[in-house]
Ligand binder design. Structure first.
Ligand code: FES
Length: 145
């Protein structure tokens, strides 16, 4: 609505050969991409890349050879699964799909957590939320023996 009013004023001033302070803001020659817009596009392209890459990941490691405090991503019944062996040799398995917007988490060996590359959510090895934006834990997967 506001732009329509300004456009009418700019056009009428152009017809009457008068200057208009707003004309420079709306000229087609102003195309200089806003740095924020470029960053926004770049970040979201990266999120899309991680989202697609995570879904296509074809890791098929055997977790029976996992060491203590080590994790691996594998597929169980076609579902991408994060597998972690704790200090008591207990295996913990989680669905690696982030509960925020569905990207695939990856194991962060230094922090011993499942981290989402898209928006930074972090989950413990049992899938509990350490840090958002995700609010729900990763889905636990029952042990298959
Ligand atoms: S999809 Fe994982 S934090 Fe957004």
């Amino acid at each position: 609505m506001t732009n329509g009013t300004i456009a009418a004023k700019i056009i009428s001033d152009a017809i009457l050969d008068r200057s208009n302070d707003y004309a420079t803001f709306f000229t087609p020659a102003r195309r200089q991409a806003d740095p924020f817009a470029r960053k926004f596009v770049s970040v979201n392209a990266d999120v899309a890349k991680h989202l697609v890459k995570g879904k296509l990941d074809n890791t098929k490691d055997d977790f029976s050879e996992l060491h203590v405090n080590e994790a691996v991503v594998t597929r169980i019944d076609g579902r991408r699964t994060g597998v972690f062996k704790d200090a008591n040799n207990q295996i913990h398995m989680v669905d690696t799909t982030c509960t925020h917007l569905g990207c695939e988490v990856a194991w962060n060996d230094a922090e011993q957590s499942w981290d989402c590359p898209c928006h930074g959510s972090r989950f413990s090895y049992t899938g509990e939320v350490i840090e958002g934006p995700a609010k729900r834990p990763l889905k636990k997967i029952d042990r298959i023996d």
